[in-house]
Design a protein around this ligand. Sequence first.
Ligand SMILES: [Zn+2]
Length: 254
Amino acid sequence: MTEQFGLFDARGLQPADAAAPPLCVRESRRARRLTLRVLPPHTLELVVPHGARAADVAAFVHRHRRWIERARREIASHYSLAQDRLPTRIALRAIDQSWLVRYESEPQAPPRVRVLGDELEVRTRDASNRGADAALRAWLCDQASYHLTPWVLREADLVGRRPSRVQVRLQRTRWGSCSSSGTLSLNAALMFLAPAVVRYLLIHELCHLISLNHSQRFWDAVERFEPNYEALDRQLTEAWADIPVWAHPDARRR
Ligand SMILES: [Zn+2]
């Protein structure tokens, strides 16, 4: 996954039109060459081999700009169709829980989500359900913070390093990151992934408290706490496709 010490500035690679999907840049230790691909339903990814030069990356993107624009248009056309579809069921695999979602309108109150047993009640101002997706994203962030914070602290005891701070929010391009000041940022969308994959991400970020880069020392530490790390890292990369459209931080209803 891309980290805060990324080699180049990804901003220049992003579309001018805010509605078009961003290019997710992922630095890979295993990749031997630059690769572009579409991860359904709405992710456009650029895989950058570890140690690639920023100038080479920029030249590669420039060479493939027509392909990138075409892929963006294609993703955007599917994506806008899906925008209007709010979920009727939400499953959070990380904690093995699911809810049926019911929508109610209540003119005077701001949109909000209530948990009623195995049902989520989403109240919006009118029958168009405007604001329902944002209310669900806020609920998802609360759930993620509630479950992931104690979880990462338990794994921290195992690794023997404690983060100075843990923050949980929806992010477009990263599952997690670790800053040089020891702050771990976790993507709330981890809640959609299998527990083993989430645990690997937590171990990965905690091991950055031992070594901030992807050195051999870093991977040796990861392997000590998660021997199956290579397969789990691949699953984590592919898991971008498992995030429902409503949970995408840029999701906007027309
Ligand atoms: Zn990393």
